[in-house]
Write a protein that binds this ligand. Structure first.
Ligand SMILES: [Zn+2]
Ligand SMILES: [Zn+2]
Length: 239
């Protein structure tokens, strides 16, 4: 699904309705995150549907080091030769040298809303089903530019969590700072490692001029994105 010019949303049911974004800036292709499956096939077939070859993928940028977003990384790196970039604080997890930080074991209330995310709490705490490890090529941080994107350090969900902004498209890629599955929220509450940082990150993202928001879990926000972003920042501030 093309949610803005050259912004293609790719999702799958596994990994918590995880989403990745394939960007075509008219020159090169960039992908944000790599979905859950370890073969990268959904992303490769999207590249070919756009009339491109795997070698046209120049950048793989990662929002953070959680399993759902890293599945296809090693395969895509091998098949495309793209440069892999992430925040340096997530690099050891992505490279398979250590586990992601544990989260609470407690089930978030209301339970009827949040129970679908509980397997991911168990998964991150127990280290289930590791992703195929892949070292990053480049450590990026706030203020860097990569492909068409501005890099925004948006910690809270994890220390090196990044958001990305494509100003010409007014497109924000919020990673797991915002979710629309199982409900629209400023992230999965149980995964909010540092609530103070998370609030500050949401507040900062709310200052951007947006028309679409790609999120880590659930469908992108394509209607009333600016208003929803303000509402989510207020919700984070009140939580
Ligand atoms: Zn995450
Ligand atoms: Zn996630």
């Amino acid at each position: 699904m093309e949610i803005a010019l050259g912004v293609h949303s790719l999702g799958q049911r596994r990994g918590g309705r995880v989403h990745a974004f394939l960007l075509d800036d008219g020159h090169d292709l960039t992908v944000i995150d790599t979905l859950f499956d370890t073969d990268g096939a959904r992303i490769l077939s999207a590249i070919s549907r756009l009339g491109h070859t795997p070698r046209d993928l120049k950048q793989i940028v990662l929002t953070h080091g959680h399993r759902s977003h890293l599945g296809g990384l090693a395969a895509l790196k091998r098949l495309t030769g793209a440069t892999v970039s992430a925040h340096g604080w997530e690099a050891d997890i992505i490279a398979g040298e250590c586990k992601a930080q544990p989260v609470t074991w407690v089930l978030t209330r209301p339970v009827r809303t949040w129970w679908p995310t509980y397997p991911f709490q168990l998964g991150v705490n127990l280290g289930f089903g590791k992703h195929p490890a892949c070292p990053i090529d480049r450590a990026i941080t706030d203020g860097d530019a990569i492909g068409p994107l501005q890099v925004i350090h948006a910690p809270g969900h994890s220390p090196g969590h990044l958001a990305f902004y494509w100003p010409e498209r007014r497109a924000l890629f919020a990673g797991d700072a915002i979710v629309t599955w199982p409900t629209v929220a400023p992230g999965w509450p149980a995964f909010n490692l540092n609530p103070t940082q998370h609030r500050a990150s949401l507040n900062r993202l709310a200052g951007l001029d947006v028309s679409v928001i790609g999120v880590g879990h659930g469908e992108p926000i394509v209607q009333g994105a600016a208003e929803q972003l303000q509402t989510l920042a207020r919700a984070a501030a009140g939580s």
